[in-house]
Design a protein around this ligand. Sequence first.
Ligand code: DC
Length: 222
Amino acid sequence: MKHYVIAIDGPASAGKGTVARLVAERLKFLYVDTGAMYRAITLKALKENIPLDDETTLIKMAKETSIELIFNNNKYKVMTDGKDVSEEIRTEQVSQKTHFIASILKIREILWEMQRAYRKNYNLVMEGRDIGSIVFPDAEIKIYLDADIEERAKRRYKQLKENGHQVDIETVKKSLIERDEKDKNRTISPLKKLSESIYIDTTKMTIAQEVQQIVNIFYEMR
Ligand code: DC
């Protein structure tokens, strides 16, 4: 049986996670957050005190790591080697260090394989930076979700505050700009708008509108 893929790429804090999850819920597809996988490897490296420039050790560690993305009681959980790391992978420290892991080709290859394997059993809404370009170039629908930097900084700031982190909005904005630069300029699978992607600017949209637009696109193409 053929499984559909809705690929959602875009910069940090454009709202990909929330929208992708809700679209998946509406269509009864599996939601896969690939950023969580890069974050999980980064967190483990930090915990094990592996220097982030020691590629050989990092690759070995990644090969020996199990990552599971689980839906349980309506909650999305990220498990590394059987341990729940859902909260820990979201810290600013992990956000800022993940680019080291994301730029190692052999680690990306390990994660690409895990990501592609989901399609064997499920229709997917998968979000990240390279889903439409590298993971599933044959995805039925490719979305590039964007929002202007002020709006993305506001969203990230709100999220951090809600989770009890002390931050100021200018620092959040600066960190987002730095992450965008790194995601767009790395040599291996950088974030880019593809000519075949549908571009959605969410700056002035509600989440419900974004979800509806993507669901409509799916029903129109089917
Ligand atoms: O989506 P996110 O902010 O949780 O992603 C965390 C980091 O992982 C971010 O720096 C970009 C990187 N990433 C990537 O390189 N490729 C993906 N498919 C998803 C995320």
